[in-house]
Unconditional design. Structure first.
Lengths: 327, 415
């Protein structure tokens, strides 16, 4: 009943838009048409989300951009009369001796984390896909790192890696190795935070890739088995190619999450010692809040570089997806 | 695209934009209204960095009492101390400053520079009884921006049992040489030497300063030979195993936990650990931090200032002044500093504190010899110098640079 009454309405709407795009009546284009009530309703429905986006996304982004283009001192921050200085803040951070190491650390940290998180996540997903006994329980256990508050896991890692009283060094010396200054030596600190971050990121990859695996029809594997494909071939010829869309989104999300990782590094090493584990995220915080005298301008500039980097990869992803959809 | 549909879309965008604008103005007028309400003449807002004190604490009760005496209602908000400086800057930007602000002393000069605080000329606070070395942290450009509520500083806690086992007499420690010799003996006896905090934050600079000043170095010249000798002292301790490598990541709290574990002979820590020291279960003593060759080093002062932020309505200062005076005078100051485990900023109350608790004697002496970080008219130059200093400490102790190189780099970056 309901269905039938709605149907004509639908059709007429389709006809209307069809007519409008296909052959516009010349008489209409000259005169301005008043919006109909349905259009008002449409805009009314659109308004809340637009408002939300404007207030909570566009405005903060604009403010961040504005901050990075002005010369803020504590005084001008309060009085709101900071002079516009164009790209001076960006030039300042590019000339900063911290820039090159921070860039290198950000790239290395992100790349290594992504690689290992994805590889380990995929291996575990394939492993759990075999649905053996207790696999659900074990899979749930693997989610623990993801569920723990970051402050808890990061503090635990920093206790474990403590040079003098950490369990890792205790184990090393029990096995006859020299203790390592995991968090306090410039050559190890980046490795330590990377390992901790990989551990935290694996569950996310596991969950998403596992759900991707479930959407691959079992019949493909049966067919491949009949054709005599071994497990290795089944993985490389079926699983991996069919997981490509899921892999792409996992890697993109992982990239965005990893680029902005701040808490783990800050809690474990504060970006130190001697900037040896500073990434753009911690550097931005260090500039803006890590000092009694905040440098909001350069801090915002570093933050914006991060936003741009994430955006670029987002666009690459959208582009790749469109290509895939076309082919 | 058809022109009418484009027009339609444009209208829609315009309408949405209008809606956004209307809501935005509605929001801003709303917040303006609430600010005006906050500045209600009968209610005075107080911000402090003591979130550990709840409504039933002595501190909160004292605030209420002082409010009643001044004939107003006091609305107190407690912030985390590292957060309070930025919160205050934001509030000042919005025209929402509290009436009374209790803030960590090195932040005072930054807030004063921002034009957030009134001077004692404006707010008529009486600071004549305050020890000048403590007041100096709140002075810049010849003006005073508040009054200290209490002070703390650093000294060396030592574990009497460990020293005894190593055959070290605490009274023999008079300079760096004798201290290092004591550390060597302790290590030989199979115990651990000294722990402190050399973390890459303001805390690290705070802990390094007694050694820095004790060497005769000045904050305006980070690359002096004296400064390098102070940093080399720490580095050698680490290299010889007298101090643990973990100092690089130690906050003052984690460093205290290491000392409280009972294996360490010495721990550099503050007045505020006095109550915890009694709970450690071993016999402890307190030594002033020795200077390089003789005498005691100046330690940096910690502790908060009570300030009166700038208000649009200058008529409020009179009541704020009454509130601050109530908090920082005589009997109340004694209560407050006992609650906070601080040394009072006036000799009158200090004497009373020592009379009540003899343990405080070395701390009162240390506070008298202490020096404000932003003193010597360093003001807002201090944060920059401090950041370069803690970075140099981290670079040198982690072995990425020699003390001399780290400090000369710090000096050129701090300029």
């Amino acid at each position: 009943m309901h269905h039938t009454t709605q149907l004509p309405d639908h059709r007429s709407a389709a006809v209307r838009t069809g007519a409008a795009t296909a052959a516009p009546p010349p008489a209409r284009s000259g005169k301005r048409r008043r919006p109909t009530s349905t259009q008002w309703a449409a805009w009314a429905f659109l308004a809340p989300v637009t408002l939300y986006l404007a207030l909570f996304y566009a405005y903060p982004l604009y403010r961040n951009l504005d901050l990075s283009l002005r010369d803020y001192t504590v005084r001008s921050f309060v009085q709101g009369d900071a002079p516009f200085t164009g790209l001076a803040n960006y030039r300042k951070i590019l000339d900063d001796p911290t820039f090159a190491p921070a860039l290198l650390h950000t790239v290395v940290f992100t790349a290594v984390c992504l690689l290992f998180q994805y590889a380990v996540g995929l291996a575990l997903a394939v492993f759990f896909h075999q649905n053996f006994r207790l696999s659900a329980t074990l899979r749930a256990l693997f989610l623990v790192p993801w569920l723990l508050p970051l402050i808890v896991s990061a503090s635990t890692w920093s206790w474990m890696l403590n040079s003098d009283s950490g369990v890792v060094n205790a184990l090393l010396s029990a096995l006859g190795f020299d203790p390592v200054n995991w968090l306090t030596s410039p050559s190890w600190s980046l490795t330590s935070v990377t390992v901790a971050n990989i551990w935290i990121g694996v569950p996310f990859n596991l969950v998403v890739l596992y759900s991707g695996l479930q959407s691959i029809p079992a019949s493909l594997y049966e067919a491949a088995a009949l054709d005599g494909a071994n497990a290795w071939q089944r993985f490389w010829r079926i699983t991996f190619p069919l997981l490509r869309p899921v892999s792409a989104i996992t890697l993109l999300l992982g990239l965005v999450y990893t680029l902005k990782v701040f808490d783990i590094i800050w809690i474990m090493t504060k970006g130190g010692p001697a900037d040896s584990s500073t990434t753009f995220a911690t550097w931005s915080y260090q500039l803006g809040f890590g000092n009694l005298l905040p440098a909001f301008g350069p801090g915002a500039a570093v933050g914006n570089l991060l936003v741009v980097a994430a955006l670029v990869f987002g666009l690459v992803y959208v582009r790749a997806q469109r290509k895939q959809a076309l082919s | 695209m058809n022109s009418s549909s484009r027009q339609r879309r444009l209208t829609g965008v315009a309408v949405t934009a209008l809606a956004v604008a209307v809501t935005a103005t509605a929001c801003s007028s709303g917040s303006g209204g609430s600010a005006a309400q906050g500045a209600d003449s009968g209610t005075y807002t107080v911000w402090d960095p003591y979130p550990q004190f709840d409504k039933t604490s002595d501190w909160a009760k004292l605030l209420d009492e002082c409010g009643t005496k001044a004939g107003v209602k006091v609305k107190r908000t407690a912030f985390d101390t590292s957060d309070l400086g930025n919160k205050t800057l934001l509030a000042a930007q919005q025209g929402n400053s509290p009436d009374v602000l209790v803030v960590d002393n090195p932040v005072v000069s930054t807030l004063a520079e921002a034009g957030v605080l009134t001077t004692t000329d404006d707010n008529k606070l009486d600071t004549s009884k305050v020890d000048p070395n403590l007041l100096a942290a709140g002075q810049s450009g010849g003006k005073t921006y508040g009054t200290p509520i209490g002070a703390n500083t650093l000294a060396l806690y030592y574990n009497k049992d460990v020293l005894k086992a190593a055959g070290v007499d605490a009274a023999s420690i008079k300079d760096w040489k004798s201290l290092t010799a004591a550390l060597a003996k302790v290590k030989k006896a199979g115990k651990k030497g000294i722990t402190f905090s050399a973390i890459g934050t303001e805390e690290g600079s705070f802990q390094f300063l007694p050694w820095f000043w004790g060497s005769g170095a000045e904050l305006t010249e980070l690359d002096s030979a004296q400064a390098a000798s102070a940093l080399s002292l720490w580095k050698d301790w680490l290299q010889n195993g007298y101090a643990p490598n973990s100092v690089l990541n130690n906050t003052q709290t984690t460093s205290w936990q290491e000392f409280a574990g009972g294996d360490y002979a010495f721990g550099e820590n503050g007045t505020w650990q006095l109550a915890n020291a009694k709970k450690t279960g071993f016999d402890y003593g307190v030594l002033p931090i020795p200077a390089a060759t003789s005498g005691n080093a100046a330690a940096p002062t910690g502790g908060e200032f009570v300030t009166v932020p700038v208000q649009e309505d200058s008529g409020r200062y009179a009541t704020s002044q009454k509130l601050v005076t109530c908090l920082t005078s005589g009997e109340n100051l004694y209560t407050t500093d006992t609650t906070l485990s601080y040394v009072a900023p006036t000799s009158e109350v200090q004497d009373k504190q020592v009379a009540a608790n003899a343990d405080l004697k070395p701390w009162v002496d240390a506070v008298k010899a202490a020096k404000g970080r932003t003193s010597d008219d360093l003001g807002t130059k201090y944060p920059k110098i401090s950041e370069q200093m803690w970075r140099a400490v981290q670079s040198a102790l982690s072995g990425s640079k020699s003390p001399e190189d780290a400090l000369s780099e710090a000096q050129s970056a701090a300029k």
